[in-house]
Design a protein around this ligand. Structure first.
Ligand code: 6FA
Ligand code: ABL
Length: 540
């Protein structure tokens, strides 16, 4: 049974593309390698305290931190060496759900976007209409566990920061702070799964097939005829396209890059790894049909943690027992009407400021403050420990550092060249930004910085920071969009250079990290990409 569009991967990119394209009347098959996530998708993985409801671990926002401490963490892609969600919803079913409407700068020419993409507002508006952000996710409209917000605001105000509702003015990203905003709906995980996927599923011309791992696209030169999968119920695992049909890769920054390598598209060193693999090698097109594109280059995203203590902060036992044994009153309150602490993920306050750089380039710093220091480990000695911890996670964007991602000989997705701080200006800007933040610690009574502690300078802290923990999970750029094949992987219509009918719609096409946690930006990108793909002549 052939279709107009095969979309590979049900992350935010794939779901939005699938919904908009099926809305336009095209037949769409969405193939997802993982299984269900939230209760409405058929997921069943639950905390004991939610048994008897259809609330899974993925539904309950307050269970977010337990994603990192659960022995049964089946949701992570096991063949990618950094965190990536392999289940319905992709990253948006397991992430912190911090949700920022993109700013104009996130789509600027200076951020690497082609001019055809800079007028994003109509697409961002479509996204906002389908999936409005909230900074008060508890259904009673109250905010819980906010001591950390007060403490951090008191630290930032003397530095000239002002309080804003962040998504009301997406362009204001200098010296602002505000409540964390999410795409939770009704006190539960919402995101693209509880919005766009719902409407897609209601259409007869849409089908989602789970547990189907796409291995490669099948192509004859530049023409894609379908995809090869692990599905043994169809001949050769092959899903064909209609004449003029199209394939859209939405497997994420690592997943889509690997699919391209396995389809003979990308740098020769990567395709040769595929060629040497006894299973994947024979599915490659002949080397005369390989398409050399800079797949995997341009990836990046650093972040760094600091830990503070303050006597007023309730660290919520570092979120250690939320899955197994949460405070009974909080569990009961949540089950009653989706309100209280369990209706929100861990972040409480977010802040941004512009940073200079020794080279005259402006970078921006984003901070996320939350109570508790779950899953923070450091090899550095503390000279003080207390129970009421909170942490700030600092990411820098607008930076020059770039790395490379790809695959290893086992065809696992891996960072090849760490993208962290390989530009001196980025590094000095980050150090300056961290110093700025802590400059007012002495002005907040009772506030103490314990990581780094007072035995080391910020320079020493950054130099000693374990690079393997500097990853913000905000991978973008492996299939960068652009106007020429030498510099980019996909063209202004998100079509892979050198192909007639292969597209990429996910984080990987984004040329520069947006100001904030990226999935809001990715969804606006997907809205725009779907419109451009539908408008492009020659399709089904
Ligand atoms: N972004 C935010 O905006 N806010 C956050 O709070 C936030 N937190 C996190 C976080 O806490 C973690 C631990 C991680 C890993 C990421 C976070 N992010 C956050 C980033 C955000 O989730 C990602 O940037 C975003 O989900 C990327 O969206 P994409 O559409 O580019 O890709 P996904 O990885 O989400 O989805 C890919 C899907 O394709 C998966 O479902 C995967 O199973 C599927 N897939 C991949 N290869 C496939 C194949 N060969 N065949 C079939 N399916 C495939
Ligand atoms: C994000 O955007 C990041 O990608 C996540 O890393 C971050 O969550 C969430 N948002 C929420 O701010 C952190 C957890 O809070 C940590 O406990 C965990 O160790 C870390 O992700 C893992 O990278």
């Amino acid at each position: 049974l052939s279709v107009d569009y095969i979309i590979v991967g049900s992350g935010p990119g794939g779901i939005i593309a699938a919904d908009r394209i099926s809305q336009a009347g095209k037949s769409v098959l969405l193939l997802e390698r993982g299984g269900p996530s939230t209760g409405e998708t058929g997921g069943t993985y639950q905390a004991n305290w939610t048994k008897g409801t259809n609330l899974t671990k993925f539904d309950v926002p307050g269970l977010f931190e337990s994603m990192f401490t659960d022995a049964n963490d089946f949701w992570w892609c096991k063949d990618i060496t950094v965190f990536a969600g392999c289940l319905v919803g992709g990253g948006t079913s397991v992430n912190g759900a911090l949700y920022w409407l993109p700013s104009d700068n996130d789509f600027a020419l200076s951020a690497g976007w082609p001019s055809q993409w800079t007028n994003h507002q109509q697409y961002t508006s479509m996204l906002k209409a389908r999936l409005p952000p909230t900074d008060a996710p508890s259904t009673d409209g109250k905010r819980y566990l906010e001591q950390v917000s007060t403490v951090v605001a008191n630290m930032l105000i003397p530095q000239g920061y002002r309080n804003v509702t962040i998504n009301d003015s997406p362009n204001a990203k200098d010296h602002v702070y505000g409540y964390a905003a999410y795409d939770f709906i009704g006190g539960q995980r919402g995101g693209p799964v509880a919005s766009y996927l719902r409407t897609a599923k209601a259409r007869k011309n849409f089908q989602l097939q789970m547990y189907t791992n796409v291995l490669n696209v099948v192509r004859n030169g530049s023409q894609i005829t379908g995809v090869k999968t692990n599905d043994t119920s169809v001949k050769d695992g092959f899903f064909p396209l209609n004449p003029n049909g199209r394939v859209i890769l939405s497997g994420g920054t690592f997943g889509s890059a690997r699919l391209l390598f396995r389809s003979g598209i990308g740098p020769t060193d990567m395709i040769n790894l595929v060629k040497n693999d006894p299973v994947a090698g024979p599915n490659l097109p002949p080397s005369s049909q390989w398409i050399n594109l800079p797949v995997g280059y341009n990836a990046y995203n650093p972040s760094i943690n600091m830990v503070f203590t303050h006597p007023t902060v309730d660290s919520y036992n570092n979120w250690a027992t939320v899955f197994t044994d949460p405070p009974a009153a909080d569990a009961a309150q949540y089950l009653k009407n989706r309100s209280g602490i369990m209706a929100q993920a861990s972040p409480r306050l977010n802040f941004w400021s512009a940073l200079g750089g020794s080279d005259g380039t402006t970078r921006w710093l984003q901070g996320t403050a939350r109570p508790g220091a779950a899953s923070i480990t450091t090899t550095l000695p503390y000279n003080m420990r207390r129970s009421n911890l909170h942490y700030n996670r600092i990411s820098v964007v607008g930076i020059k550092s770039r790395g490379r991602i790809g695959i290893n000989a086992a065809l696992n997705g891996v960072p090849l060249v760490n993208p962290w701080l390989n530009d001196a200006g980025d590094k000095s800007a980050l150090i300056q930004g961290l110093k700025n933040i802590i400059s007012t610690v002495p002005q907040v009574s009772g506030l103490q910085l314990i990581m780094p502690d007072n035995t080391m300078t910020m320079e020493q802290y950054v130099a000693a920071y374990d690079p393997s923990t500097m990853n913000s999970n905000h991978w973008v750029g492996s299939n960068i969009i652009g106007t020429s094949a030498g510099q980019a992987v996909v063209d202004v219509n998100t079509k892979v250079f050198g192909t007639n009918n292969l597209f990429v719609v996910d984080a990987s096409i984004i040329p520069t990290l947006p100001y904030g946690n990226p999935h809001g930006h990715i969804m606006s990108v997907a809205e725009q990409a779907a419109a451009k793909i539908l408008a492009l002549a020659g399709g089904p």
